[in-house]
Ligand binder design. Structure first.
Ligand code: SF4
Length: 433
């Protein structure tokens, strides 16, 4: 099936046009602004689905991806740039997505030439298009962005630099770095009517990206619903929850137990974790292949997925101001809850048979003998509460005798003090016992 998608209208240096869209191929044009390439590394590790499966056409219900990526491409020079030129010119013959990694520097304002991030030469920008740079001068990454975004079926910012400006846009921003949303403006829409889609993270979770692209493609193909995005263009199912809600250390927070230094097992809020107020699914999804991730690896959340990062989450070594209150409250009630839970745990760590026999048949046990009076009283009231309004089978069968084979080795007369490796030699005949 082939359909026509309207290309962008003419604007400075851009010819505009109509591109033919095939549902069997989708080009992805990857551009890097002020980037460390960490987003690319993350996406290469994505698992559900894998980038290589998408490129090889092995993901059902989506078109085969033709990835044009400056770091992963086999082609180089003019050969690599040719499809970019065709996409801008409107002669690619297939739909495309634009993906931007890294923040967008303010180099369009340079009057005398120069750039902060570039790809290709002015000569790569040819054909029907009005030249924007001299043939031997680098094309700015920002040239490609403004030219490609209007004709894309979707423009995706990957990583916190492209989504919100990130570290290059932190206080003292000498490059005038900004997000793709800031650069294209709030009125931007793709050819399918979509504003910029943002998959943040520093580095982002690779699966968040490949999953979002897959869901978008399924929607375009008519094989899936429109994915849900929040009011900042984030995939809502990925960024709707806080880090804290699914953190492996959340139980410590609830019981009011906190780490004192990095490397401690407990909740990290007192040494700078912002997890309770940061939207990210790293604690559910892990960093790569469902493994690792900040808190799992012992690192405090510094808010890297949030638009306010890094300035609003620094200094990273200090506890968030609100943590003194919430952590303090948690220490008080969590401390009491924790003690009550330990009592329940103690009870649950004993078989009913051990309660009746008043001994634990384990040489490991710290408490192998009788329960103390307080423990018995606790257990009595605990059971009262537990079985209130329902049947307490243990009580019903209180007269049930203990199993006869308890402590069978003693019954068999095995010398438990001796260390004899062959059991047969340790069993005395019945008459000797
Ligand atoms: Fe919440 Fe951070 Fe503590 Fe995890 S380490 S429980 S995210 S405050």
């Amino acid at each position: 099936m082939t359909e026509l998608i309207a290309g962008p209208g003419p604007h400075d240096g851009y010819a505009g046009g109509v591109v033919a869209a095939s549902d069997s191929v989708m080009h992805i044009f990857w551009l890097s602004g002020m980037s460390c390439d960490g987003c690319t590394v993350s996406v290469m590790g994505a698992d559900t689905p894998k980038l290589e499966d998408m490129v090889l056409g092995r993901v059902p219900t989506i078109p085969q991806i033709v990835l044009h990526h400056p770091m992963l491409a086999e082609d180089s020079g003019a050969d690599f740039m040719e499809p970019y030129r065709q996409a801008v010119e409107g002669t690619l013959g297939a739909p495309y997505m634009l993906v931007v990694e890294g923040s967008i520097p303010d180099d369009q304002t340079f009057q005398q030439g120069g750039h902060f991030s570039a790809m290709g030469l002015g000569s790569d920008w040819s054909g029907a298009m009005q030249a924007v740079r001299a043939a031997d001068q680098p094309l700015r990454a920002t040239d490609w962005m403004w030219a490609l975004a209007p004709g894309a079926v979707a423009s995706i910012a990957i990583g916190t630099c492209a989504t919100w400006g990130g570290i290059p846009a932190a206080a003292g921003n000498i490059t005038g770095s900004m997000s793709l949303m800031d650069y294209l403006g709030g009125d931007y829409r793709s050819t399918r009517g979509l504003p910029v889609i943002n998959v943040p993270g520093c580095a982002p979770i690779g699966d968040n990206f490949t999953e979002t692209v897959t869901q978008l493609l399924q929607f375009f193909e008519g094989t899936g619903p429109m994915p849900e995005f929040d009011d900042l263009g984030r995939p809502a199912w990925q960024f709707g929850e806080t880090v804290h809600r699914h953190c492996v250390k959340a139980g410590y927070y609830e019981e009011g137990v906190f780490a004192e230094e990095p490397g401690d097992n407990e909740c990290l809020v007192e040494i700078g974790c912002w997890g309770p107020v940061v939207q990210c699914n790293i604690t559910e999804r892990g960093a790569i292949n469902h493994m690792g991730g900040c808190m799992v690896a012992g690192g405090a959340c510094i808010g890297c997925t949030m638009p306010g990062f890094p300035d609003k989450y620094s200094p990273f070594y200090k506890a968030p101001p609100g943590s003194a209150l919430s952590g303090g409250v948690s220490k008080v009630y969590g401390g009491a809850i924790r003690r009550l839970r330990r009592m329940s745990m103690k009870t649950g760590n004993r078989e009913s048979i051990w309660d009746k026999a008043d001994r634990v048949p384990s040489a490991w046990a710290r408490e192998a003998g009788e329960r103390g009076t307080i423990q018995k009283v606790n257990a009595y009231f605990y059971k009262k509460l537990q079985y209130h309004g329902s049947v307490h089978h243990g009580k019903r069968n209180a007269k049930q005798p203990q199993p006869q084979s308890l402590d069978i080795l003693r019954q068999k007369g095995v010398d438990l003090e001796a260390s004899v490796p062959v059991l047969g030699e340790r069993v005395k005949p019945e008459e000797e016992i």
